[in-house]
Ligand binder design. Structure first.
Ligand code: DX5
Ligand code: ZN
Length: 219
């Protein structure tokens, strides 16, 4: 299996954002995870279209936009125009997931569905033949720097088995509390796209942190 690291911008230093993004790209991170929060679906507010638009000129990475917002359908086209390559919305925030998926595809991006830790994995089954990715939240969405919930391993395994039994080409992304200590277990459970915020941006050098993930993927 191919593994992808998606550094989460939320943990970056916005004074030198462009530089930090390039550092992750040079060290091998193929995705950039971009958390959009509206203060309603989640308690906090992060950033939106203008930021994505300005970093689009800096990075060649796949822009993996994670919408933690209500009414995601309203903003799909605009996010894609700003540079999103993939849009993941929350199943809990969509009135009609089917329609959101259609809109994402019509805009030319890959579609992903995310579920919070309390939402049963089975809830995404009806959409698996229509999407490119499922994002399993391993913390309550809203903030970086939280601790990975161990029950997520079983949720990843359950989804991995279901997807493999049906030979579906759907990626499994995991987000929240991912670090060097649990990367191996998360991969072994069946995830192939790993989001990491604090573990990439908050300690020592971004290049070293990114390279260590790359090395762990090859073990
Ligand atoms: C949380 C966000 C995450 C967050 C992860 O709601 O979706 O992407 O930035 O941060 P860490 O890796 O620090 O848990
Ligand atoms: Zn996220």
């Amino acid at each position: 299996m191919m593994y992808i690291l998606a550094p989460s911008l939320l943990a970056a230093d916005f004074n030198i954002l462009g530089q930090q993004i390039l550092e992750t790209q040079r060290a091998g991170a193929e995705y950039l995870h971009i958390d959009v929060m509206d203060g309603i679906f989640v308690p906090s507010i992060s950033f939106g279209m203008p930021l994505i638009k300005s970093i689009r000129g800096t990075s060649r990475q796949f822009f993996d936009v994670h919408l933690m917002i209500m009414n995601p359908e309203k903003y799909i086209k605009e996010f894609v125009e700003c540079g999103a390559d993939g849009i993941t919305f929350h199943l809990e925030a969509a009135d009609c997931a089917e329609k959101v998926i259609e809109d994402i595809h019509a805009s030319g991006a890959e579609a992903g569905i995310s579920i919070k830790p309390g939402t049963p994995v089975e809830a995404v089954y009806p959409y698996l033949d229509k999407i490119e990715m499922v994002l399993i939240m391993s913390v309550e969405p809203g903030f970086g720097g939280q601790t990975f919930m161990p029950k997520s391993y079983e949720r990843i395994r359950q989804l991995r088995n279901y997807i493999d039994e049906r030979k579906l080409p759907v990626k499994i992304e995991v987000d929240g509390g991912v670090g060097k200590k649990n990367v191996r277990e998360i991969i072994d459970a069946g995830a192939n796209v790993l989001v990491a915020g604090s573990a990439v941006f908050k300690k020592r050098s971004i290049s070293d942190n990114t390279s260590q993930f790359m090395a762990a993927f090859k073990e």
